[in-house]
Ligand binder design. Structure first.
Ligand code: FE2
Length: 302
């Protein structure tokens, strides 16, 4: 489960500006223990100020009203506190309880409750307001998983625990899996999120914890979507690009999308089978395993 950083003790508080300034000066690299401890200390200090978030919300809403615009960094759940910095950003997450209006109108899935997932980024979090959400925590070995839907992920259950007020944790990318449960009453957590520009190419998975399997990738890239669209529209250059990316692209997921797009545009089951035969030999375990499944599906259609 995420590492509980109970050793980070601090009685003082700081303002949001002071926290951002300190993190700007020192950076935030969760792979470096000193950097992680520094980030945790400033998150602890920020979390010790019980007023800054309420003040910020009032300030922002008042400014919006004065401008009569809808400009805001506020979504239904995440409040961006710092904007993107060099390698990180700060945010507050709002966790409604089952009794709250937002939960009743938007539903559990909008807040990722009950959807086991990992993260493709590291982040620090601290319980800031309310009793905090609970999670069933699991761990798994990212390197042993290719990401095929239905693949066994060897999830290891660790425990159920709550992000109670003041509890500070480090969620480790591609390792910690959690299934969140709504808190007893409205809660807020604060995060420092490591922002790696390459993170989008690394999968975030959903899991079926009862079966111990991957249910799918939760972070499709815009590149995949545009490529599928371009191939679907039938352009020769798009097809050529899909063939090249399918053979050579560093992202297995994009390679799979290339073969899928080509198979969908192939025109006949026999032509689609030829695409998947090529995929079986492309050298990617993810693509090859998926290709075998698709070929079995095609053979039952014929
Ligand atoms: Fe999560």
């Amino acid at each position: 489960m995420p590492r509980v950083m109970a050793e980070v003790k601090e009685a003082w508080s700081c303002s949001l500006g002071e926290a951002v300034e300190a993190l700007d000066a020192h950076g935030f690299d969760p792979r470096d223990e000193d950097s992680l401890a520094h980030g945790a200390l400033w998150l602890r200090r920020l979390g010790n100020d019980p007023h800054f978030l309420g003040d910020l919300i009032v300030e922002t809403l008042a400014a919006c009203g004065a401008r009569e615009t809808a400009e805001s960094a506020y979504g239904p759940q995440a409040i961006v506190l710092s904007g993107m910095r060099e390698g990180f950003f700060l945010r507050a997450n709002v966790w409604p309880s089952e009794r709250d209006h937002a939960f009743r109108t938007s539903g559990a899935r909008s807040f990722v409750y009950g959807i086991p997932h990992d993260h493709n980024f590291d982040f620090l979090t601290v319980g800031y307001f309310g009793p905090g959400y609970s999670s069933d925590y699991y761990e798994y070995d990212y390197e042993a998983v290719v990401g095929r839907c239905g693949e066994t992920a060897e999830l290891r259950f660790v425990e159920r625990s709550t992000l109670s007020p003041g509890k500070l944790m480090h969620y480790r990318a591609h390792r910690d899996v959690h299934r969140q449960l709504p808190p007893e009453s409205l809660s807020v957590s604060l995060n420092i999120v490591a922002a790696n520009p390459a993170a989008g190419w690394f999968d975030q998975y959903g899991f079926d914890v009862a079966a111990g399997t991957v249910t799918g990738v939760l972070n499709p890239t815009a590149t995949e979507v545009f490529l599928r669209l371009a191939v679907g529209l039938g352009g020769a250059e798009a097809l050529d690009m899909a063939q090249r990316f399918g053979r050579l692209h560093p992202s297995d997921r994009l390679r799979l999308a290339c073969f899928e797009a080509r198979a969908n545009a192939a025109g006949s089951p026999a032509a689609a089978d030829a695409v998947w035969r090529e995929a079986e030999r492309c050298g990617s375990r993810l693509v090859a395993e998926e290709a075998q499944t698709r070929r079995r599906g095609l053979s039952t259609m014929r």
